[in-house]
Design a protein around this ligand. Structure first.
Ligand SMILES: *Cc1c(COP(=O)(O)O)cnc(C)c1O
Length: 378
């Protein structure tokens, strides 16, 4: 029940429900620890260098953190070959997304975003009382860029989720450049690249959005330490954008918004090439196995370049998610009524647990989607 005195805008949104807080996930908590494939985290966990840095600096946590995140921004600027003034850090890239919305969207201004995509886009738009233009993905599960460009004619912000969560599909370098060329100059383009590290590894024509920042375009690139870098629990992400965009964000960020441990761990993780390479290898292999599973069970899917796969299980995904949870495997079902669910790529053992559970759930339900008796439809 919402307090009737709360802002009217709040009646149009509900609190975000994370994968691990779904009813199915709560039920699974009774048994042994479940396999966590619901939130696209790094299955190897944090970099050992990050853990060392945390242990080394724990004595300093009685002090406020560096409000400018100087060391981390310096390292990011050097690695990305952009000036320090082009980098902002936030408590997760979702915090930066919210800051961008607070800085750029007055009530009734328009934001364009793809759908289905990251549920935080509509949530933040509604919080700002913005007008939303939701552009459906095309039949291949990809951004419909011509439709988005049309919607952008009267928009203040356009969001490109690259690769897209939950489909795992991506917009190529040439496609994105052509799209940017079509947009009016007074639009802020937000490139959400939370999964950039995986996509770069998987597709040669996956664009590095920071290049357009170096070219001086009004583009804001969002990256995260929650996914490939394995620091989801610490809440840290970054933004690469023209200095005037970074200044706008700085004016809405609250003081000391990124904790000292988050800054220290992110700096160390950024330097740990070995852990990142290991992560990318585990994810590439696990993703291949999940795609092979989809072929074996004749489940529709899209070619993912991220650390998750979106599967059409041919039955209400909420139910299938519940049955998987009872078998100790947590995944992320699509919105109510959807037959699609998103599964994160885990360790080989976690992928095996998911394969077994899914084959059992789909094979045992007598709908012809199981291992036996189902013909390929595509
Ligand atoms: C996970 C995710 C994020 C970021 O998460 P943070 O933990 O807030 O950095 C951003 N965008 C998309 C599309 C994501 O899936």
């Amino acid at each position: 029940m919402l307090d009737p005195l709360a802002r009217r805008a709040l009646q149009r949104l509900s609190a975000y429900v994370a994968g691990r807080n779904s009813p199915a996930a709560r039920a699974a908590r009774e048994g042994p620890p479940p396999v966590q494939l619901a939130s696209n985290e790094n299955p190897l966990g944090p970099s050992p260098l990050a853990l060392e840095a945390l242990a080394r600096t724990a004595g300093e946590w009685g002090r406020y953190p560096d409000d400018h995140c100087s060391a981390l921004r310096d390292a990011l600027a050097a690695q990305l070959r952009v000036p320090f003034e082009c980098v902002a850090v936030g408590a997760g890239s979702t915090a930066l997304l919210k800051s961008l919305a607070e800085a750029y969207l007055d009530p009734q201004q328009t934001v364009v975003y793809p759908w289905p995509s990251f549920p935080l886009y509509p949530w933040i738009a509604r919080l700002q009382e913005a007008q939303e233009v939701q552009v459906p993905l095309d039949p291949k599960g990809r951004h419909d860029l011509p439709q988005m460009a049309e919607g952008a004619a009267a928009a203040r912000v356009v969001v490109v989720c690259n690769p897209n969560n939950p489909t795992g599909t991506y917009v190529s370098d040439a496609e994105l450049r052509a799209f940017l060329d079509r947009l009016p100059g007074d639009v802020l383009v937000v490139l959400d690249e939370a999964y950039a590290e995986f996509a770069r590894d998987a597709a040669a024509d996956y664009p590095d959005g920071t290049r357009w920042v170096r070219e001086g375009r009004r583009v804001a690139v969002l990256r995260s330490f929650s996914k490939a870098y394995g620091l989801a629990g610490l809440r840290v992400g970054y933004l690469v954008a023209p200095p005037e965009v970074v200044e706008a964000v700085a004016r809405v960020q609250e003081p000391f918004h990124v904790s000292a441990p988050a800054q220290v761990a992110a700096l160390a993780a950024l330097q740990d090439r070995v852990h990142l390479a290991r992560t990318l290898a585990v994810v590439a292999e696990g993703r291949r196995r999940l795609q092979a599973l989809a072929r074996r069970l004749s489940l529709r899917t899209y070619p993912s370049v991220a650390n998750f796969v979106w599967l059409d299980v041919g039955r209400p995904a909420g139910e299938v998610g519940g049955e998987l949870a009872r078998r100790g495997v947590l995944v992320r079902p699509g919105p109510a009524g959807s037959t699609w669910l998103r599964v994160s790529v885990g360790t080989p053992e976690e992928v095996r647990r998911f394969e077994e559970a899914l084959e059992e759930v789909l094979g045992g339900c007598g709908n012809g989607r199981g291992r036996r008796g189902h013909r390929r439809t595509s």
